[in-house]
Design a protein around this ligand. Structure first.
Ligand SMILES: Cc1cc2nc3c(=O)[nH]c(=O)nc-3n(C[C@H](O)[C@H](O)[C@H](O)COP(=O)(O)OP(=O)(O)OC[C@H]3O[C@@H](n4cnc5c(N)ncnc54)[C@H](O)[C@@H]3O)c2cc1C
Length: 441
């Protein structure tokens, strides 16, 4: 046993961060039939959990906020978990204390699951003038911003201003940038139609300093993603790096000689990956060059008994030394192991190592369209969208929520499947019509 506690006093388990890793740890811990009293506390600054893989659908209005961003209060329900909404200001590993706002919490076991924050990559002005797409508040702000620029574009008589207002830049062509671009294209088409704006005036540019999209993640879906972007007339600006963001647009380095060009745009969407919170930088424990906390195979922070770390904020040991991808599937699976190991620690049982198994990749490629690389196959189009929606339905945090959204989502899934069926029939009819008459007979 590694943490000091007596059998009569409750064991205090403090979970920092209510994202995929932290929330699922709380679920796991609260499901166990404990042989001694435990007190589980979950802390997050937000009042809602966000199912990030479907954040794009909030932007487009395909889902409502409550469907994928339920209140912690609701999803925790009657579980024996105390939820504290507050900002974690300081973690003192020596005193085993965490400061949340004005309150101080002590712990026997600590789970650090704080994720990361948007990485503006030290590009001047990016934090002030771009629109990050990372949490719920970002998505809702982005939606309002788009409505405003479209309304202004409709009203202005100045062609130069109008062009800038209808110029949408997405910086970062990783999965998030590709997904945002596809959804944005479909959403803008719809919003332009509603306002009587000409869609062909709207430009979307997806910019990345790398030469390829998706940065090696979901690489089997790259051809599908390129096709989806092309059909939506998203202009790919690859091998060019944004060097500055201003209220007027961006400055961009457009060749190896460092030639700088200005692009006027009222909307610069930032999807440049994540960086660690300064809160973690101050912790006196081993970190990787990205500031992620180094953990053991058992997800413990070395030389800090009773402290576990998981999800995006950690560097898990891998053969190539790079750690694991920052994904929800890693965070969720790690939470199961971390919860088990805390229980094993308390009960004096053997702990388990976390073993990474990639379960496939899914990306949305616009409204009603997605790519899924799963079960050894790449599935796209409306069928991909149906598969993605069906899989995500099973991943929502509680059975109650699954039941509440199940009806609407089942209709969406059926609609996608019917559209796929109709398309397949059309293709068969066309093939039959084009076949030589002898064969057709
Ligand atoms: C738009 C988007 C789409 C994504 N799509 C996918 C996908 O399709 N598939 C996939 O596998 N992954 C996807 N991801 C990645 C996935 O969301 C992350 O890998 C996952 O959320 C990591 O879980 P986590 O618990 O480590 O961190 P998070 O989920 O980020 O949770 C961290 C929590 O800590 C809280 N927090 C942080 N600091 C403080 C503080 N000081 N005080 C209080 N609370 C704090 C935050 O509010 C947050 O709730 C996507 C991410 C984004 C942004």
């Amino acid at each position: 046993m590694t943490a000091p506690h007596t059998t009569s006093s409750p064991v205090d388990i403090l979970i920092l961060g209510g994202g995929f890793a932290g929330l699922n740890t709380a679920f796991q811990l609260s499901n166990y039939p404990w042989t001694r009293p435990v007190r589980i506390t979950l802390v997050d600054r937000n009042e809602r959990f966000l199912f990030t893989p479907m954040a794009y659908e909030i932007l487009t209005g395909e889902v409502e906020v409550w469907e994928i961003a339920p209140l912690y209060r609701d999803i925790l329900g009657n579980r024996p978990v105390q939820f504290v909404q507050g900002n974690i200001e300081r973690i003192d590993l020596d005193k085993r204390q965490v400061q949340v706002g004005d309150a101080t919490y002590t712990y026997d076991y600590l789970v650090v699951a704080l994720g990361g924050r948007p990485n503006f990559r030290q590009v001047p002005g990016a934090d002030r003038y771009s629109q990050p797409f990372y949490d719920l508040s970002h998505v809702l702000t982005y939606q309002k911003h788009i409505a405003q620029v479209l309304d202004r574009a409709k009203q202005t008589g100045d062609p130069k201003t109008r062009k800038a207002l209808l110029n949408f830049l997405v910086v970062g062509a990783g999965t998030c940038g590709v997904e945002v671009s596809c959804k944005l294209a479909d959403y803008l088409a719809e919003q332009a139609r509603v306002r009587g704006l000409d869609r062909t005036e709207i430009e979307i540019h997806l910019i990345d300093r790398n030469e390829r999209i998706l940065r090696g993640v979901a690489h089997r879906l790259e051809p599908m993603a390129l096709d989806a972007l092309h059909r939506r007339r998203v202009n790919l600006v690859l091998d060019w790096g944004v060097t500055k963001v201003t209220p007027e647009g961006v400055e961009i380095r457009c060749d190896k000689q460092g030639t700088i060009k200005q692009i006027a745009a009222a909307t610069v969407t930032w999807t440049g990956g994540i960086e660690m919170y300064p809160l973690l930088a101050n912790l006196p424990v081993e970190k990787d060059p990205h500031g992620r906390l180094c953990v053991t195979q058992q997800l413990e922070v070395s030389s800090r008994p009773g402290v576990y770390a998981l999800g995006d904020a950690t560097h898990f040991p891998t053969d190539d030394g790079k750690g694991l991808p920052a994904t929800a599937q890693v965070a969720v699976r790690q939470s199961e192991i971390a919860a088990w190991n805390i229980r094993a620690d308390i009960e004096g049982w053997a702990k388990l190592p976390y073993i990474y198994i990639g379960l496939g990749e899914m990306i949305t490629l616009g409204i009603g369209e997605a790519g899924a690389d799963a079960f050894g196959m790449c599935i796209g189009g409306t069928l991909g969208a149906a598969l993605r929606r069906a899989i995500y339905l099973t991943k929502l945090p509680t059975i109650g929520l699954k039941v509440r959204v199940g009806g609407t989502w089942a209709r969406e899934i059926t609609k996608s499947l019917l559209a796929t069926g109709e398309r397949a029939l059309d293709a068969m009819r066309q093939a039959a019509a084009q076949a030589p008459s002898g064969q057709a007979a």
